[in-house]
Design a protein around this ligand. Sequence first.
Ligand code: CU
Length: 492
Amino acid sequence: MPVESLDPMPVPENHQRYDEFPPQRLYEIDMFETTHQFHPDLPPSTVWGFDGLPMGPLIKANYGEPILVRFLNNLPPEAPSEDPYAFGKPEITVHLHNAHTATESDGNPVNFFPPGFSYDNHYTMFLAGEDAREALNTLWYHDHRFDFTAQNTYKGLTGMAFFYDELDSGDENDPNPDAFHLPSGDYDVPMQFADKSFTDDVDHSLFLDIFQTDGFLGEYDTVNMAIQPFFEVEPRKYRFRWLNVGPSRAYELGIWNGKKKKTEKLLMIANDGNLLPKTLKRKSVHITVAERVDVVFDFSKYDVGDELFLVNMADQFSGKKATGTTLKPAESPQLMKFIVKELSGPDNSKVPKKFRTIPKIKESEIVAEKTFVFDNDNGIWTINGLPFDVNTVLHTVTQGTAERWFLENTSTDWEHPVHIHVEEHQIIKRNGKKPASHERGRKDVTLLGPGDSLEIVLRFRDFVGRYPIHCHNTVHEDHAMLGTWEIVAPEN
Ligand SMILES: [Cu+2]
């Protein structure tokens, strides 16, 4: 929550570019253990939450207004347990996923802090490369402690963040004629998807099979940490910000009217929180772990009392990968129900056909190439043959340059949603071909499917330091498909 001041005050010397972007707003977010009912008919379960909330407070920030968030770790100290399946490590490092952030504020996996301590993340809120086309809009934050990210995020340490800029201003009535006027306020809705399992005991504890390193699929789907919720919607346009929290499940999401063979039409407007070059019409959207997809759905053609269902049509029975088969809506799990109610006022929102153009990276900017191979070595997930090691740097790049990277998956047995921190990448080729239209925007998580080979380009601009590249199937990440690369300042 916002605070007037912090005691002690933040230390400017701890942060890159603090003097250029002094925080205009201060926040404190407390992490603690609490209980949460995933369904009214179920007993409460123990969870960990930012501000004690099982889906974290929604952070709203504006470009041009730097903020500083002090994260307080008030989780219970680690205690020995007789339960071999006890999970959760109360040593936390908070990553604001896809924010353009200095390494010391990026939730680096090694910068964790124990109960009783706090840590300041400084978010400069300037556009990458000071380029308006680089605006980010739908982000999320989560624990990133190495070896324990799956456990700690599964326990509840996730939340969402919306960034606003002049065009995506969060106001459908914005007097600025150039603004996008997307559905806003109550009609701009964050949705986190996470699958959970529970024990049968009276505690109804969250259950995670920590000995299963292929990945983990929960028995129950949750939307914003609720099992089978319903949502009363008005007959008008809504912006849904869909986030796959993981740990390992893929989603193929559609909205179904309960009768037709196919799902209804969606307008896909953003991928990985980035408004696309143009709006895409879709019957469903695929969302791999950590990916975000923003869609606009128009309920105006439905009558009061009509019911629609959010369905997951991705077929999956192993944490290693989805099968690739898309189920029929009638056979798909229903994640939540929409019930149409009366309209409360005019819908002034719009959906532009075009949003932001791509800040293309020229061939002449590219100074080097690097290949990252994602593999499995006797049950250990590796990058370039190595499991995560605190002291190993896989690759070093020079600030102010751009590079071409190749991401390779050598196996046909598993898939990896690969996440690269700090700078977004653009997919040039997927398996030698131009990527699909929804992948032609700016990306921070790219699905590396079975046997896939990807060519991507990215720049290194505003900060120096060490950053991760990793699989965001958090079970793979923890065992130990996580690597470090480093941006260094140029030698004059
Ligand atoms: Cu993976």
